[in-house]
Design a protein around this ligand. Structure first.
Ligand code: SF4
Length: 100
């Protein structure tokens, strides 16, 4: 399932500045927390909770983004989610470095 950013989904919400110059519009439904609240420069693609297919490598920074689910969001909500998040979204505060 392709999700829209929260700002696109809820146009009535007030845009709140997030430290680091990020915006609510960077956050997607299906994320464990707000985009940009994690380590600076990291993206969901580099996070261990970003579910890749078996044997799949995370896309490079300059590559076309893919869409996968966040396992931390699924754990928090106690359900299997089909809400996919783009791989190039700035990481949230639950970011966990993907093991090599
Ligand atoms: S940084 Fe990790 S925990 Fe946070 S939304 Fe992205 S995949 Fe999920």
């Amino acid at each position: 399932m392709v999700t829209k950013s929260l700002a696109a989904e809820h146009k009535y919400l007030t845009e709140v500045p997030i430290p680091g110059g990020l915006r609510l519009s960077s956050t997607y439904e299906g994320m464990a927390h707000f985009a940009g609240t994690g380590p600076i420069g990291k993206t969901c693609a580099e996070c261990g909770f970003y579910k890749l297919w078996k044997g799949e490598k995370p896309p490079k920074v300059d590559a076309e983004p893919i869409r996968r689910v966040c396992l931390e969001f699924q754990r928090m909500t106690h359900r299997r989610s089909t809400l996919t998040v783009p791989s190039n979204v700035p990481a949230c505060k639950y970011f966990s470095e993907r093991p090599e």
